[in-house]
Structures are given as C-alpha cells and as structure tokens.
Write a protein that binds this ligand. Structure first.
Ligand SMILES: *Cc1c(COP(=O)(O)O)cnc(C)c1O
Length: 360
C-alpha cells in the first residue's frame, strides 16, 4: 500500500496510525465481537468511547468546566442557523466580521433570524486581509460577535483573538481547531466541522459557555437546542457513532504527539517553510497579507496560469494530490492540517522548485 500526500481542504488526511488502529479494531472492537459502528449508542461500550472523546478534547483544548462540549450533526453549516436560534436570547442584532466565503454563508443564514450588523469586512481586498480591530463598528448590545478565525478558501487566518468584552465571541473554527493552543475562556461559542482537523465528516464539535444556553427561539427543534443536547450528552437522537469513535482516536493521537503546543510548533514550521518557498520564488505567489496568512490553507498561483494543469498532473505523479485551488479562486491550494506530515510539505516544496526550474 502506498499512501499519497493529500492536500485536500476537506475531507482531509487522517493520521495513518489512526486509520491502522481503526482497521484493526473494525470487525471486533476490544473483544466485544462487534464493530463499534454496530453497537447501541446507549450501550456501555459506546458510552465509554464518547466519554473518552469528550475528556480528551477537553484536555487538549483546556476547556473550562463551565463550558459544554457537544458532538452534533449537520456540519459547520448547520451551526450558521443554530447559533442565532440559541444565542439571540431575546436580542435582535448580532455582529458579524466578514473575511471570506464561509463568513458570507454564516451571515446569509444569520439574516434569517436577526438583524446582521456587518461590523467589519475585508471584501474590498478580495479577502486577502483582516480588518484591524480598531476599524470594527461593533454594536454595544449585540447578542454575539461572529467571526471566522481561519477562512479555508482564501487562506486568511486571525493570529489574534478579538476582545469583544461582555458580548459573547462566536468562532467558526472548522479549519483551524486543534492546530495550536487557544484560550477557550475568550469565547462564548466555538464550532467546527470535523472533516479538517478532527476526524471524518459527519461530526460537528460545539463548545459553548453554559450561561448562554437554555433560552432558544420558540421555533427551535429539539435537536438544535444546545441545552437539550447537553442534557442528553449529545445523544438526543442517534449520534454519528463511528465518526465520534474516529475523532476520539485522533484526539488520542494528538495527545501522543505532545498536545496542542507540539502541534502548533510543527504547524507553524510547516507553514513558514511553504510560504518561504513561495516568497523566494518568482514563479509562485500568495496574495494574502503576511501577518494574516493561514497555517492550514496555503493558496498560491503560478506565474503562468496556462501551466496549472501540467503542474497538477506532475504533482499527482509525485504522489501529491488535491492541490487544485477552490473553484471560486482558481490556482492552487495546499491544505496542511495536523495530519499532513512535515515530509509531505517538504515533498511539495521540492516538487514546486523542480517544476519552476523547468518552466520558468
Ligand atoms: C469546511 C468549512 C465549513 C463547512 O463545513 P460543513 O461541515 O461542510 O458544513 C464552514 N466553515 C469553515 C471555516 C469551513 O472550513
């Protein structure tokens, strides 16, 4: 078997050690004579798997005790609506910071529930920057401030956390969760689809401060009610059991790597060397302002766009896959999440140098 270096933005690579363990445990989980995916979510085996996953992600992120950790369904996109359903709490306005395509979708669904105040946007720079905090026009009495710490398509990342005072900060962490340590107490709510840095698609992680839940819009379905889900340990209905099991294996793998401090060191190193290779060459370029470049998603364009197809074909031959940029921006994008080994980034850099030498 030979595994490629898969630069997909999501679903993305999983650690090989996790896949091997899952393979080994697939038909007979820990002597139970059945696969974890064939077991009742109410049985003691799966309940222990889910409890381990929650404990491990709490430990990795240092989640304070006054926060609930939920494993939900529907992807990050479902949260675009469930956040206002849960967090408006009698208010009618929420602030949104727009730095890319995912924020736009969050706003579009947010508008169905409340007045969206666009407090800051970098659309004028084609989402290649982050508006400085001093320029934000925040509403004093907003229900929450929503932003996207890492815009997956544009490759724009906040390397700082906004201080919104008493107004809860809500963050779509889908593509940068667990990539480095964060201080959860700075947030009212953090959410992330699993398929980038957590596990397979189908699980959505929500971390929410417990004083913010329990006062939903009256039309909110039970499964979208954070308080009800928290009360039921995220098992109001059948949870995505196999996805939660795999996420749990990924959490254990991260702990074995040394936790988020170690992941952060490796991720910073991987990103810095790839950006250095791009900046040092005349053949490749990245449009994002330097202080807001993503550690996770690195878009780049070739000086000669007509060579894109050839670049991708050669990459494939070298075992480097899914480098094509998002259809909305073109060019290339290398997503280098936690599970992308540093050797994969090194192999990409070597291939890029070689290609540029031949074609420049
Ligand atoms: C991938 C992604 C989403 C969408 O996730 P789904 O699970 O497909 O709904 C939302 N926000 C960000 C920042 C993403 O990267």
């Amino acid at each position: 078997m030979s595994r490629v270096y898969n630069f997909s933005a999501g679903p993305a690579m999983l650690p090989e050690a996790v896949l091997k363990q899952a393979q080994e445990e697939l038909p007979d989980w820990h002597g139970a004579g059945a696969s974890i995916m064939e077991m009742s979510h109410r049985g003691k085996e799966f309940v222990s798997v889910a409890a381990d996953a929650e404990r491990d992600v709490r430990e990795l992120l240092g989640v304070p005790n006054n926060y609930k950790v939920l494993f939900l369904q529907g992807g990050a996109s479902t949260q675009f609506a469930t956040i206002p359903m849960n967090l408006l709490r009698g208010k009618t306005t929420a602030d949104y910071i727009l730095t890319g395509a995912w924020g736009k979708k969050a706003i579009s669904d947010g508008k169905k529930y409340c007045t969206v105040n666009l407090a800051a946007t970098s659309e004028d720079t084609k989402f290649t920057s982050i508006p400085p905090f001093e320029s934000w026009s925040l509403t004093k009495d907003a229900a929450y401030v929503h932003y996207t710490p890492n815009e997956t398509i544009g490759g724009v990342e906040f390397h700082w956390v906004p201080d919104t005072g008493d107004v809860p900060l809500v963050a779509d962490y889908s593509s940068t969760i667990l990539s480095r340590p964060i201080d959860v107490s700075q947030f009212g709510l953090i959410y992330a689809g699993a398929q980038k840095n957590i596990g397979p698609a189908g699980v959505t992680l929500v971390i929410v401060r417990d004083d913010l839940i329990g006062d939903v819009l009256s039309t909110t379905p039970s499964v979208f009610d954070y308080a009800k889900q928290a009360e039921a340990d995220s098992m109001l209905n059948t949870p995505p059991t196999y996805g939660i099991y795999l996420a749990g294996l990924v959490f254990k793998w991260m702990k074995a790597q040394g936790g988020l401090a170690a992941m952060g060191t490796i991720n910073e190193r991987k990103a810095k060397k790839l950006y250095a290779a791009i900046d040092e060459s005349d053949f490749y370029s990245n449009p994002v302002e330097k202080k807001s470049r993503s550690w996770m998603n690195v878009p780049f364009i070739l000086a000669k766009a007509e060579l894109d197809k050839e670049f991708l074909a050669g990459a494939l031959t070298a075992g480097l896959t899914t480098l094509e940029g998002h259809r909305s921006v073109g060019g290339m994008r290398a997503s280098i999440y936690n599970a992308m080994p540093e050797a994969g980034v090194d192999a990409l850099i070597a291939y890029m140098a070689d290609f540029a030498k031949q074609k420049a």
